[in-house]
Design a protein around this ligand. Structure first.
Ligand SMILES: Cc1cc2nc3c(=O)[nH]c(=O)nc-3n(C[C@H](O)[C@H](O)[C@H](O)COP(=O)(O)O)c2cc1C
Length: 331
């Protein structure tokens, strides 16, 4: 276990509330950090770099004060898409450095100059990967940790089983690991650690909180859906991702006969606020994330929508119980 020193002693639970496009808002990020886990959001949730900088200022202010028990809040993080088609790379990176964002989660590309910029103020770079080949590239760029996005994750998901993914990545990386994919309870957090991860990465579970910025219908679907209601498809976003079946149907598509994308197109990921829909095929696709709602297999463990502080309390209680159960089992 190798938690970077910047996080040691700073977390109540080894959990990162994962960044979610159109899902993680200010209240969720701040609420998660104040509850003792790393709260994060994608820089591209904001339409402009100026708005992004404003959010960073508000987070800095909100997290400057200790909580009611005198504890410092957990550090926060930002998801930063490193791809040549992201028109805001330089300007957003300037804001990241200016605000000294504690944890930067890079995706699509791992670049040494980004890593160097974040290291210049003592920040951490975690890079998300779905296989060992991307893990090797990220290691070469000098990142501090790898986030393994395994099968069943919300958003753009990997296809590998978490045990297999950890074993593959451990061949090329012996540093900090964060495991994501279908984790929904405190017991799952402990299981991620037992499997060799340092931290658990939970997205969908945090989407089903009062603070997420999704609609009530979306929240209701998260509570009612089971893992069978999640469809893994490249059709909506051109990159394979998990979506709620019912939301696909409501958007006017047949979930059992989805169009096959002609090519991968990440422009709607790197510039999501343009009005162009993702060009998945000759048919006009509805907008991923806005009209078709993403969620992972962890909906299986979601029974209710709660405030984020209550969710973290619940995860901690489950984690403690699971530790006791495990010790009783294996002695
Ligand atoms: C609605 C939604 C939006 C997401 N948007 C992003 C994003 O903008 N950037 C990113 O790196 N990951 C994104 N993700 C993936 C999460 O950060 C994380 O990898 C995933 O939720 C983990 O799996 P879980 O949902 O099963 O917990 C998104 C996930 C969901 C559910």
């Amino acid at each position: 276990m190798t938690l970077p020193h910047q996080l040691q002693g700073r977390l109540r639970l080894p959990v990162i509330a994962a960044p979610m496009f159109l899902g993680s808002g200010l209240d969720l990020v701040i609420g998660a950090c104040r509850a003792g886990v790393v709260g994060t959001f994608p820089a591209l949730n904001l339409r402009t770099t100026e708005d992004f900088g404003d959010w960073l200022t508000r987070i800095d202010e909100a997290l400057a004060e200790p909580d009611a028990h005198g504890r410092a809040p957990a550090p926060y993080g930002v998801n930063f898409v490193v791809h040549r088609t992201n028109k805001r790379i330089e300007a957003d990176l300037e804001q990241i450095v200016k605000h000294e964002v504690p944890v930067v989660i890079t995706s699509l590309g791992a670049a040494k100059d980004v890593v160097d910029a974040v290291h210049s103020y003592g920040g951490l770079v975690f890079h998300d990967v779905v296989n060992a080949a991307f893990a090797s590239k990220a290691a070469e760029a000098g990142v501090d940790g790898l986030i393994l996005v395994s099968a069943g994750s919300g958003g753009h998901s990997g296809g590998l089983n978490p045990f297999a993914l950890i074993s593959e990545v451990r061949r090329v990386w012996d540093g900090p690991l964060v495991l994501g994919g279908a984790l929904s309870t405190g017991r799952d957090v402990l299981a991620a650690q037992a499997a060799g991860a340092d931290l658990a990465y939970m997205g969908t579970r945090f989407l089903a909180t009062e603070e997420s910025i999704i609609t009530e219908e979306y929240r209701k679907m998260l509570v009612e859906a089971g893992a069978d209601d999640i469809i893994y498809t490249p059709s909506i976003s051109t990159i394979p991702a998990n979506f709620l079946r019912e939301s696909i149907a409501r958007a006017g598509l047949d979930p059992d006969h989805l169009p096959v994308p002609e090519k991968v197109d990440v422009s709607h990921v790197t510039n999501p606020h343009t009005e162009e829909p993702a060009s998945t095929s000759s048919t006009v696709a509805p907008k991923a994330w806005r009209d078709v709602w993403s969620a992972g297999h962890s909906v299986a463990g979601i029974r209710e929508v709660v405030p984020v502080a209550d969710l973290v309390d619940q995860l901690e209680a489950e984690y403690t119980t699971a530790k006791g159960d495990l010790l009783a089992l294996i002695g």
